[in-house]
Design a protein around this ligand. Structure first.
Ligand code: ADP
Ligand code: MG
Length: 729
C-alpha cells in the first residue's frame, strides 16, 4: 500500500466516525442497570414470595428448584419482552479467553398452527450446547459431544440487543469443568469458608466472606483503516514487524494527558452502554504509550466483576468499530512501547462489611489485619510459580520480564509501614506483644496503623503483587485474558493458607495456649517463612533476578514450562483439597494451554512468513531495481566519474541484498523448524519446540525487516508504520 493510499484509508475511517455521542438526558444513576434483571426488576416482576426465595439463592447460595425457576423465568420473560427481546442464550466462558453464546428464539408452536413466545424455567436452568468444538483438553472426545451449561444465579441475567443473556457454567457430561466459571465459583466458595472460619477468631458474627475484584483494563485504539492494512494486526492482534517511531513514549506526554476528542467520544459511548449493563465504570485515562488508554470500574464481587470484564471486552471491540477504531486487547501490540495489562485489585470482605486487608482501629482489628496480610503472603510464597502460570500465555509472555510490566517473578511489595510492622512482630516474642494485665484487659503491642495509610501507601509499579492500602494489586494479568484464571489460583491459594493457619492455631489452643498468643505464634512463624517473596526494590533490575533465584523463587521464563507449575504435586494437592479442580481437570487444562500456545506461535509464524515473502521482499527488490537503474543511468551519462556519484546507492543496493537474503533464508529455516515441531505428538513437547525453535525466528527476522523499513522509499512501503498506528487518533 502506498503512503497516499494509507492516507486515503485513514481519511475514510475518520469520515465514518460519529462526530460526537449525544449525551443522554438521563443521569447515570437513572440508566445504570437498565438492561439487567437485578433485584429492583425482580421485585417488580416477581411475586413477593418468589422474590424473597430468589434473594436467598443469590445471597446465601441456597439451591434453586425447578418450580422456583419456572416462576423466575416467567417474570424474566415479561421484563425481557417489554424490551423487545425475542431470543435467549446461555452465555459462558469456555477456555478460549472469549465468551460463547448460542441463541434460541422464544417462539414455540402453539399447537393450533400458530406460534407463541415461550420461556420456561428449564431453558433458564440448563442448555445443552454442542460442546465438541470447544477446547476440552481431551476430557471429552468429540463423539461424546454433550456439554451442559447451567445457570449461575449469582450473576444477574441481562439483555443485549434482542437477546436475553443468561450467565452460565459450562461442564462436560461427566461433570468436569470446561470453562472458567465453574472452578472460579468453587474457589470463591473455598475462600469464603476458610476466611469465615478464621474471622470467627476475631468477630463471632461473621457468616460469609466474599472476594472482591476491581480490574483496571488497559487497551490500545488504532485507526480501523490502518488496522485493516496490517495482516499481522488483523490476524494476530499485534504487529509482528515495524520500526519504532522516532517519537513514542519517551516524552511521557501521553500518560494522564488530555483525551483526544475522537477517543473521548468512544469512551463516552462505551461507558453509557456499560452502565446500562450494570458495569459501574468509574475511571478513564490515557496510559503511558501513545494511543493507549485505561478503563476501571468500581470493584465488585469477584464472579460478577469477571463477568463484567468479559462483557466489557466484547463491548469495547464492538463500539470501537462504530468510531472508526479497532480496540487492541493484545498484551503487546507494539514492540518498544508499553504493553497492556489488567491490574487485578483483590480483597476479601465479610458480610458485616469488614475489609479484611484493611487496618482497623482496635487491637483486634489489627490482629485480624496482620493475619490476612501474612496469610496472603503465605499463599503467594507457597504458590508463586503457580500464580505466574495462572497469568502466563503466549501473548502475555511478551510483557512479563520485558522491563515494563511486572517481571516474570512473582514477589510482593508491602511498603515501608507494613514492612516495619511485620519486622516488629517478627522480632518481638509473643508474650511481649500481649500485655494481659493492662487496665483495659488485654492489650496487643501491634503498633497502630495510621488511617492515612489506606490512601497513601507508597507505590511500586514494578511489583507484580503489591499491597495498596486495603487490598493487593495483582498486576501481572494480561489485558486480553479472562481474570478468572488468576482469581482461581489466588483465591484457592488463599483458602489453603487460611485453612493451614487455622489448623495450626487450633492445635496450639487445644494444648492450652491463649487464643491471641497462639495466633501471634503462628503469625511470627509465617512472617519468617514467607520472607522470600517480600521485595520492595526495583523488580526490573538484573540484580533482582539473581537475588530471586537465590531466594528460591520461580524465575523460569519459558511460557510452556511455566505451565508445568499447575501439575506440581503441591498445586494438585491444593486444588483437590480445596475442592476446586481435580487432577484430571488440571491435566486437561494444561493440554489446552500448551495447544493454545503452539497455535498462537504457529499462526504468527505463518503470517510472518507470508508478509516477509510477499509484502517485504518484493518491495525491497523493486526499490533495489530502481537504485540499480539509477546507477546504470549515471554511468551512461558520467562514465568513470559515476563510480563516486553512485557510491551511496551501491552501498544501499548491497545492504538490501544482504537483508533480503537473510530474510529469505531465515524464513525457510523457520518453516523447517515448524515442520519438525509439528511432528511432535506430545502437546507439551510441541509447545516447547515452538518456544525454543520457532518463536526466536520472529524476533530475528524482524530485525532485518525493520532495518529495511528505514531505507526503502516511504512512498512504496507496504505497511502502515508505527508512527501512523500510534499517533493517528
Ligand atoms: P490505580 O491508582 O491503582 O490506577 P484505579 O483507580 O485505576 O487505581 O483503580 C483501582 C481499582 O481498585 C478500582 O477498580 C477500585 O474500585 C478498586 N479497589 C479499590 N478498593 C478496593 C478493594 N478494597 N478491593 C478490591 N478492589 C478495590
Ligand atoms: Mg489505574
Amino acid at each position: 500500500m502506498s503512503s497516499k493510499l494509507r492516507f486515503k484509508v485513514v481519511g475514510e475511517a475518520f469520515a465514518k466516525r460519529p462526530l460526537d455521542v449525544p449525551i443522554p438526558t438521563e443521569r447515570p444513576s437513572d440508566f445504570f442497570g437498565k438492561y439487567v434483571f437485578n433485584k429492583q426488576k425482580m421485585y417488580k416482576y416477581l411475586p413477593k414470595k418468589t422474590y424473597d426465595r430468589m434473594c436467598d439463592v443469590m445471597d446465601n447460595g441456597t439451591p434453586l428448584d425447578s418450580a422456583l425457576a419456572n416462576e423466575i423465568a416467567a417474570g424474566m420473560k415479561k421484563w425481557a419482552m417489554e424490551l423487545g427481546v425475542t431470543h435467549v442464550t446461555h452465555w459462558f466462558q469456555p477456555l478460549t479467553d472469549t465468551t460463547a453464546e448460542k441463541h434460541d428464539g422464544f417462539v414455540e408452536h402453539d399447537g393450533k398452527g400458530g406460534m407463541i413466545e415461550e420461556f420456561e424455567g428449564k431453558s433458564l436452568m440448563q442448555q445443552e450446547p454442542d460442546a465438541s468444538s470447544f477446547p476440552s483438553g481431551g476430557i471429552r472426545s468429540t463423539f461424546e459431544a454433550r456439554g451442559y451449561s447451567a445457570w449461575d444465579p449469582t450473576s444477574p441475567v441481562f439483555v443485549m440487543g434482542d437477546t436475553l443473556m443468561i450467565p452460565t457454567v459450562f461442564i462436560s457430561y461427566t461433570g468436569e469443568a470446561l470453562d472458567y466459571k465453574t472452578p472460579l465459583l468453587k474457589a470463591l466458595n473455598a475462600v469464603d469458608k476458610a476466611a469465615t472460619d478464621v474471622c470467627l477468631y476475631f468477630y463471632p458474627n461473621v457468616k460469609r466472606v466474599k472476594a472482591n475484584l476491581g480490574w483496571e483494563q488497559e487497551y490500545f485504539l488504532v485507526d480501523e483503516g490502518l488496522f485493516g492494512a496490517r495482516p499481522d494486526l488483523l490476524l494476530t492482534g499485534r504487529t509482528l514487524m515495524g520500526h519504532s517511531s522516532a517519537k513514542d513514549q519517551q516524552m511521557d506526554d501521553h500518560y494522564f494527558g488530555s483525551i483526544p476528542e475522537r477517543v473521548s467520544a468512544f469512551m463516552k459511548d462505551l461507558e453509557i452502554q456499560a452502565l446500562e449493563l450494570g458495569i459501574p465504570c468509574k475511571t478513564r485515562h490515557n496510559e503511558v504509550a501513545p494511543n493507549q488508554f485505561e478503563l476501571a470500574p468500581i470493584y465488585e464481587e469477584c464472579n460478577l466483576a469477571i463477568d463484567h470484564n468479559m462483557l466489557i471486552m466484547g463491548l469495547m471491540k464492538k463500539i470501537a468499530r462504530k468510531h472508526g477504531f479497532r480496540c487492541l486487547l493484545h498484551e503487546k501490540p507494539f514492540a518498544g512501547v508499553n504493553g497492556s495489562g489488567k491490574h487485578n485489585n483483590w480483597s476479601l470482605i465479610t458480610d458485616t462489611g469488614v475489609l479484611l486487608h484493611s487496618p482497623g482501629k482496635t487491637p483486634i482489628d489489627n490482629l485480624r489485619f496482620v493475619t490476612f496480610i501474612v496469610e496472603s503472603l503465605m499463599a503467594v510464597h507457597k504458590h508463586n510459580g503457580l500464580l505466574k502460570a495462572s497469568i502466563m500465555s503466549a501473548t502475555n509472555a511478551h510483557r512479563l520480564g520485558a522491563n515494563e510490566a511486572p517481571p516474570a517473578i512473582v514477589s510482593s511489595f508491602l511498603g515501608k509501614q507494613l514492612s516495619d510492622l511485620l519486622n516488629h512482630l517478627e522480632a518481638t516474642e509473643e508474650d511481649e506483644l500481649i500485655n494481659l494485665s493492662g487496665k483495659h484487659g488485654m492489650k496487643l503491642d501491634i503498633p497502630s496503623i495510621p488511617e492515612i495509610m489506606v490512601d497513601n501507601t507508597d507505590r511500586n509499579r514494578t511489583s507484580p503483587f503489591a499491597f495498596t492500602g486495603n487490598r493487593f494489586e495483582f498486576r501481572a494479568v494480561g489485558a486480553g485474558a479472562n481474570c478468572a484464571s488468576a482469581m482461581i489460583a489466588l483465591n484457592t491459594a488463599m483458602a489453603e493458607a487460611l485453612v493451614n493457619f487455622k489448623k495450626r492455631v487450633d492445635a496450639l489452643i487445644e494444648k492450652g495456649e491463649n487464643k491471641d498468643t497462639a495466633i501471634l505464634k503462628i503469625l511470627r512463624n509465617d512472617i519468617k517463612a514467607c520472607k522470600n517473596i517480600r521485595f520492595d526494590g526495583n523488580g526490573y533490575s538484573n540484580e533482582w533476578e539473581i537475588e530471586a533465584a537465590k531466594r528460591g523463587l520461580d524465575v523460569e521464563k519459558s511460557c510452556p514450562i511455566i505451565f508445568d507449575r499447575y501439575l506440581d504435586p503441591e498445586s494438585i494437592e491444593m486444588f483437590e483439597t480445596m475442592n476446586v479442580m481435580t487432577e484430571m481437570e488440571l491435566k486437561a487444562r494444561n493440554e489446552i494451554k500448551w495447544e493454545t500456545y503452539t497455535k498462537t506461535i504457529q499462526i504468527e509464524a505463518r503470517i510472518f512468513g507470508d508478509m516477509a515473502i510477499n509484502h517485504i521482499i518484493p518491495i525491497a527488490t523493486r526499490y533495489q531495481s530502481s537504485l540499480t537503474d539509477n546507477v546504470h543511468k549515471l554511468r551512461e551519462i558520467f562514465g568513470e566519474e559515476a563510480m563516486e556519484l553512485s557510491d551511496e546507492n551501491i552501498k544501499l543496493i548491497r545492504e538490501i541484498s544482504m537483508r533480503t537474503k537473510n530474510i529469505t533464508s531465515k524464513v525457510q529455516k523457520m518453516v523447517d523448524a515448524r515442520k519438525i515441531a509439528n511432528r511432535i505428538e506430545c502437546q507439551r513437547e510441541r509447545a516447547i519446540a515452538y518456544h525454543d525453535t520457532v518463536a526466536p525466528y520472529l524476533e530475528d527476522i524482524r530485525y532485518d525487516i525493520d532495518k529495511l523499513e528505514m531505507v526503502i522509499d516511504d512512498e512504496i512501503w507496504p505497511l502502515p508504520k508505527y508512527r501512523e498506528l500510534l499517533f493517528i487518533r
